[in-house]
Write a protein that binds this ligand. Structure first.
Ligand SMILES: NC(=O)c1ccc[n+]([C@@H]2O[C@H](COP(=O)([O-])OP(=O)(O)OC[C@H]3O[C@@H](n4cnc5c(N)ncnc54)[C@H](OP(=O)(O)O)[C@@H]3O)[C@@H](O)[C@H]2O)c1
Length: 376
């Protein structure tokens, strides 16, 4: 392997799962934290668990120079689980851009994703850096399911016009400390949609829909993912890409109405900045908490992509079923980091999974992690 893998945020909930997955794969990982004591404790605990110790390093997102200092060459891969990303993600992006290196992160935050594609992406293209953002439960499966649904349509000689992706969890998932903090931040930010062939800003949860899965009708509300940026690249004729989150279940319609009310208040000049300050001030500083292994084992990932033609008819559906969202996220970050150091990526700039690795390799990589497709 040519590059090193630096896992920033390794002492957090997702970081720890990712460190364990990387150590089990025998990857040359350096675990990084803002705390020398916590990272030393983590390394000792991993050594106990796996029988060998990872390298350690220290960096703090509040000190961007310390994050830059982590990367020694363009072949290094920085994996970041330091969130909320809207607040803490910038220094890792900047460091990867400056070094012409690879960044892989696990954000699910719409506004940060948009910043990566629109602001950091062009700068990364200029330096040859690769930015693989949102490389977890959200939004890798939707990219894969969407790309498979587009390929099915093309193979059948049809033109995909509208793509709808739904994210669901079967069973009781539970949320990590970082997911709660990031979700609170998202409540005061705008989302995005790809409609009529162009990207536009819109409020979170602007629309709802239902997906029929195995005789059940599963509701979801709109959210800004990476798919709105990446999937139109695969099917230039496509006019709409919508991503729906199904976590609110039967409260989906109510959640959409509440989001509309919140958005109306946030449009009052000065109120969004104030709301951001309130979210920051009140956010729980606890890190490293989340569902235990038993609880994770009782939840599964379910992602659906469906394609419509110009008449609005559904012409194909792809379902993906896989392990619990947190285990899937750790395994996807590990798979992407290993693939980057072994074979590299296909492009530069802000990349979706299919841009970076191709459809066949992404499908095979995900299947090896237990994320398996069914085509209807
Ligand atoms: N896309 C997905 O499917 C997915 C899945 C899982 C998680 N996530 C996202 O990943 C993020 C992390 O979630 P989590 O539950 O793992 O969070 P967490 O347990 O709260 O961990 C956050 C990590 O960030 C570190 N950190 C905080 N401030 C820092 C700073 N200034 N400099 C360096 N490190 C800093 C913490 O360090 P300490 O250990 O020192 O506190 C900790 O390691 C969240 O944004 C979450 O939404 C997304």
């Amino acid at each position: 392997m040519s590059g090193r893998i630096l896992l920033f945020g390794a002492t957090g909930y997702t970081g720890r799962l990712t460190a364990e997955a990387m150590m089990r794969r025998g990857l040359p990982v350096t675990v990084v934290s803002r705390s020398p004591e916590r990272v030393a404790d983590l390394a000792a605990s991993l050594a106990n668990q796996v029988g060998r110790s990872p390298q350690t390093d220290v960096a703090d997102a509040a000190d961007p120079r310390s994050v830059r200092a982590l990367l020694a060459s363009a072949s290094d891969v920085l994996v970041s689980t330091v969130g909320p990303f809207q607040r803490l993600g910038g220094p890792a992006c900047e460091a990867a851009i400056d070094a012409g290196a690879t960044l892989i992160d696990c954000t699910g935050e719409s506004s940060y994703i948009r910043q990566v594609f629109e602001e950091y992406g062009p700068r990364a293209t200029a330096t040859g850096a690769r930015l693989l953002t949102a490389f977890g439960y959200d939004y890798v499966p939707g990219n894969l399911a969407g790309a498979l649904a587009i390929a099915d349509a093309h193979n059948a000689g049809r033109t995909p016009v509208r793509l709808e992706i739904g994210y669901f969890v079967r069973g009781a998932m539970g949320m990590s400390s970082g997911t709660r903090a990031s979700a609170a931040g998202m409540l005061v930010e705008r989302g995005h949609a790809f409609i009529g062939g162009r990207l536009r800003s819109e409020r979170m949860a602007a629309r709802t829909t239902t997906f029929d899965v195995d005789g059940q009708s599963l509701p979801g509300l709109t959210i800004g993912g990476t798919e709105q940026f990446t999937l139109p690249r695969l099917a230039p004729g496509i006019s709409d890409v919508e991503v729906f989150l199904g976590w609110a279940g039967p409260r989906t319609a109510q959640a959409s109405r509440s989001a509309a009310a919140v958005d109306a208040v946030l449009r009052i000049p000065g109120s969004r900045a104030l709301a951001r300050r309130i979210v920051l001030a009140r956010s729980d500083p606890t890190t490293g908490r989340g569902p235990d292994a038993a609880r994770r084992s009782r939840s599964r990932t379910l992602v659906v992509a469906r394609v419509r033609d110009a008449d609005g008819q559904i012409t194909g559906t792809v379902h993906l079923d896989g392990p619990s969202p947190y285990e899937l996220t750790a395994d996807l970050l590990t798979w992407a980091a290993e693939t980057c150091v072994r074979t590299g990526t296909q492009g530069v700039g802000a990349l979706g999974p299919i841009d970076a690795f191709g459809l066949a390799a992404t499908e095979a990589g995900c299947a090896a992690l237990g994320l398996v497709a069914r085509h209807d």
